[in-house]
Structures are given as structure tokens and as C-alpha cells.
Unconditional design. Structure first.
Length: 113
């Protein structure tokens, strides 16, 4: 989404200030979603059915139950990859927040330049 906004900014340069504001909103939403996911990873927030759709389905036959038991499902709260002890969700929060802060500073100082 951010790439589309940036490309549109080159076409409609006279609307640059509004595109900056739109980028702030996009990355603010990304930060909020990442915070929600971090809450699930840390156990502060309970997983929704989206994370484990198989639990919400109705199993009718014993073959369906056996098939589901043989499948390995990865939960949203399971961190499968870390860099220097932090999950990718943590890095997403940091990067998105930095982009929000820097974009907000650009937006607030836009008319001064």
C-alpha cells in the first residue's frame, strides 16, 4: 500500500502533503496491527479463530479427526523466527513507528520548507 502511495505521489506532486498524511495513517495502522500480534505472541491477548481455523470447523467423521491430528498447525502465538532475540513482529513495530515519527515531522514542517 505504501509503495502505491509513493508512486502516486510522483504523478500528483501537488498533493504531496496529503500523501504524507496518508502514509502516516498506513504505517500507524501497521504499528497497531503489529502491537496486536505482539500481544498474541506474549500471551496478553487471546488468539482469534483466524489464527486457528481448524478448531472452529465442525468435524463429522473419524477420518476428518485423524487427518487433522496428523497435520501440523502453527499458531499465531508461536514465534518461528527471531533475530537477536526479537521476533519479526517486534521489528515491524519499531520500523513502522520510526516511519510514523519521521513522516509526522516531515508533515508538520512541510510548510516551513
Amino acid at each position: 500500500m505504501a509503495i502505491i502511495i509513493i508512486v502516486l505521489n510522483y504523478k500528483f506532486i501537488h498533493l504531496e502533503k496529503y500523501f504524507i498524511l496518508l502514509l502516516i495513517l498506513v504505517f500507524l495502522a501497521a504499528t497497531i496491527l503489529s502491537l496486536y500480534h505482539l500481544g498474541i505472541e506474549q500471551g496478553f491477548i487471546k488468539e482469534s479463530l483466524v489464527c486457528d481455523l481448524k478448531k472452529g470447523s465442525d468435524l463429522v467423521s473419524k477420518e476428518d479427526i485423524l487427518k487433522q491430528l496428523q497435520e501440523k498447525n502453527i499458531s499465531c502465538k508461536d514465534v518461528t523466527f527471531k533475530i537477536m532475540g526479537l521476533s519479526l513482529t517486534s521489528y515491524n513495530i519499531l520500523i513502522s513507528l520510526l516511519i510514523v515519527i519521521s513522516s509526522a515531522r516531515i508533515y508538520l514542517n512541510y510548510d516551513k520548507n
